[in-house]
Every structure is written in structure tokens, then in C-alpha cells.
Ligand binder design. Structure first.
Ligand code: UDP
Ligand code: MG
Length: 320
């Protein structure tokens, strides 16, 4: 029988744990009944401090393991840890906060099984249209920028919620980027991918781990690890400013020579200096961002550290 591995990262999700585990149980029964798939579960404790891991361990049934990371690494990293340990023919990535419903999971699995040629089926949020225009505009700009001149496209509003076949999972696990922008990595691997729309449920318990600042940082990370467009834009703008400066210089020389007009003093100088100075600083910051990416990649640290693994029969403190 082919196996489906469910990979779920969690960070301080003790509150929805009971509901989530019972959802997993229902999912397992359904999947076995409808598609005769075996199910195993890999949960990743991303450095929780609220005893989530023990709670999950006491409630899970069937085949499961919980990887406990040595600290909080972030969802991207926790997911990779889970994917590295997922053995199934199909792998379903699922949040532990109940925003990804049983029904949508069944749809994803149904869709991928219906078409043997399909390698990935991912879920796209349909509720983003209702977010404010400013947010939506920013998001559109972000995707426009990151997709500019790429051979692969990062789809809008697709998250990690998806089911993948073994070959796509293996390809993804080969990408050992240290700064992980999953949306980009999922697009980069290629394969035949298909989107289905869904509306995420409200969070049943606990809080989102994303702040506005976190989102902004993620966007910067996405752009700097997938696109050189900002650098090129700035070089282009620099060229334009330099050209304009030169033209202005020629104009001044001609005026002095032919009309005897004195060079009008400080304002022009001040404007030129501030514009160029600001421009220089901004460019320096941008280059710094890219240097920081290169630095993180070159340090060759492990991407995540597993503290220990909980399994049925090994669910808590060691004997010592
Ligand atoms: N998560 C994680 N590590 C983190 C932050 C979040 O493993 O540092 C998990 C979290 O417990 C949840 C999933 O990633 O299962 C999605 O997180 P969240 O609900 O905060 O994100 P959102 O749904 O708001 O995008
Ligand atoms: Mg969530």
C-alpha cells in the first residue's frame, strides 16, 4: 500500500493540539477508506516552550514521530526538517493550527491521485481579495518584482499547504538554501503543479506567529534570494541620474561661455549632493542585503538542529 506522510510544524500550539490530533485521526480513516493509503505523521516541534510536544505525543495515534528542534528556527526550517524525515510516496504539508481543514486536505489528495501526471497540488487562499487595497497592492508589487524575468513563476497567495509526490519532495529536499523562502523554492523545482482555491478557517486557538514586520522581512528575504532585479533597477537609476547630471553640467558650461550667465550658486549643488548621497546610502544598504544572503550561505551551518525524536513508546523524558 502506498503511504501518505503528513508533515506539520508547530510552535506553541498546545491549545489546538487535541482538535488537531482528532482531525488527523479522521483524515487517516478517510484516506484509508477512500484511497487505500497508509498514513504516517511527522510533526516538528519548532522550539515550543509551552509543552506542545508532550501534549501532541500523548494524543497522537497510529504511526507518528515528533522531531524536536533545538530551538525555534522558523516554519520554513521546521518544514524542511519534516520533509527530510518524511518517507511516504505522497507528502502533505499541513499547519497544526486548524486553519487547513480536513475537507481541503481531502480535495488536495483526491486531485493528485486523480491525475498520475500531476506532481504537486497546492492550495491558494481565495480570501486575499478581501484584504485591504494597500496590502493587496503591496502583495501584487511583490509578486511582480520577484517574477520579473524569471523562467519560473511564483504563484500569488500560495502557501506551504500542498501535497507532493515523492519525486517533487526529493527535488525540494535537495534545495539546501540557508535562507529559505518556500514560495520561491516550491516554484523553482518546477514539475507539474496545480492550484486549487480554498478559504482558510479562522484560527481556532492561539495566535498567528506573523507580525507585520515579520512579513516585511520575509518579503525582503524572498526578493534577495530569488531576484537580482532591485540591483539592476538601482544601477539603471544611477545611470539615469549620472546622465542627467552630465547634461546639466554641459548646460552650465554653455551658458557661461555664450551668455556670460554666472553659475547660480548653492541650491543646485545642495540638491545634487543630497540626491546622490541618499541614493548612495540606499544602494549600499541594498548591496548589504545581498552580501548578507551570500554570507549566510557561505557559513555552511546546518539548516536546523534536531534535539531529539519522540515516537510511540518513547514519548517523554529519558531514563537518566
Ligand atoms: N510555526 C512554526 N514555527 C514558527 C512559526 C510558526 O512551526 O516559528 C507553525 C505554526 O505553529 C503553525 C504554522 O507554522 O502550525 C503556521 O503558522 P501561523 O499560523 O502563525 O501562520 P499563518 O497561518 O498566520 O500564516
Ligand atoms: Mg495559521
Amino acid at each position: 500500500m502506498p503511504t501518505l506522510t503528513i508533515v506539520s510544524p508547530f510552535y506553541n500550539e498546545a491549545a489546538p493540539a487535541a482538535q488537531f490530533c482528532s482531525m488527523l485521526e479522521r483524515l487517516e480513516t478517510e484516506v484509508k477508506r477512500r484511497y487505500s493509503l497508509l498514513v504516517d505523521k511527522v510533526l516538528i516541534d519548532d522550539g515550543s516552550t509551552d509543552g506542545s510536544a508532550e501534549t501532541f505525543a500523548s494524543m497522537l495515534s497510529g504511526r507518528w514521530k515528533i522531531l524536536r528542534l533545538s530551538r525555534n528556527f522558523g516554519k520554513e526550517y521546521a518544514l524542511l526538517a519534516g520533509i527530510d524525515h518524511a518517507k511516504g510516496d505522497l507528502v502533505l504539508l499541513l499547519d497544526a493550527d486548524l486553519q487547513h481543514s480536513l475537507e481541503v486536505c481531502m480535495t488536495l489528495i483526491g486531485e493528485i491521485l486523480a491525475d498520475p501526471e500531476m506532481d504537486v497540488v497546492y492550495a491558494v487562499r481565495s480570501d486575499r481579495r478581501e484584504t485591504g487595497w494597500r496590502r493587496a497592492g503591496m502583495a501584487r508589487l511583490f509578486y511582480r518584482l520577484i517574477n520579473l524575468g524569471q523562467r519560473y513563476k511564483v504563484p500569488e497567495n500560495a502557501g506551504d499547504f500542498r501535497v507532493m509526490r515523492r519525486r517533487a519532495v526529493d527535488a525540494f529536499a535537495q534545495l539546501r538554501d540557508r535562507r529559505r523562502f518556500n514560495k520561491g523554492l516550491f516554484a523553482w523545482i518546477g514539475f507539474r503543479q496545480k492550484a486549487i482555491e480554498y478559504r482558510p478557517a479562522e484560527r481556532a486557538a492561539g495566535n498567528t506567529k506573523w507580525s507585520r514586520r515579520g512579513l516585511f522581512a520575509l518579503s525582503v528575504e524572498g526578493i534577495t534570494s530569488f531576484s537580482a532585479v532591485p540591483l539592476r533597477l538601482v544601477s539603471g537609476a544611477g545611470l539615469v541620474v549620472a546622465l542627467a547630471g552630465m547634461l546639466y553640467g554641459v548646460k552650465i558650461v554653455l551658458e557661461v561661455l555664450f551668455h556670460g550667465i554666472d553659475v547660480p550658486g548653492f541650491p543646485s549643488l545642495f540638491v545634487a549632493v543630497t540626491i546622490l548621497g541618499g541614493f548612495n546610502l540606499a544602494l549600499l544598504g541594498l548591496v548589504g542585503e545581498y552580501v548578507w544572503v551570500a554570507l549566510s550561505e557561505s557559513k555552511d551551518r546546518p539548516i536546523y538542529v534536531v534535539r531529539d525524536i519522540l515516537e510511540p513508546g518513547r514519548t517523554g523524558r529519558s531514563a537518566l
